[in-house]
Write a protein that binds this ligand. Sequence first.
Ligand SMILES: [Zn+2]
Length: 160
Amino acid sequence: MKEIVLPDTIPLLPIVDPWEQQDAEGPDSTKVYQFYKNLSEGKLTMQRCKKCGNVFYPPQAMCKYCNSTEYEWEEIPKTGEIHAFSALLLGFPMIIENFAPFVVAVARFGDYPKNGVQIIGIMFDTDYRSLKIGDRVEWEIMRIKGPGEKVRYWYCFRKV
Ligand SMILES: [Zn+2]
């Protein structure tokens, strides 16, 4: 599993670090706690509306097509296709400068848009000159350690 470690010296503002707000029962609950729980269990998920059957991403409290709040979580197909990408080579904000340079890619997973999703993800250790539109990528769960003992999970892409 890919792991990145954040330095202890920079406290993150709530607007930059909304992690605590994902709590299922908290007063500021975003209703998407299950998404983060799924990440921690190794699954990158999208939502499928129980009313209209459409899938959507990023996680949200209601279906973006019919506003229903009835949905289920479904694992995003492991392998997708690059639709667009860019490379960040300089001018990084603090914290992520340690992991730069990297590629940011937009990839489509599943039968987009009817039965699949388009998502954006970082590709570490990837030379942008080796990529082209249509390349196959897969998502990988990433562990983010820090600041301090805090551990969270997110995802990144890697070329297959
Ligand atoms: Zn719907």
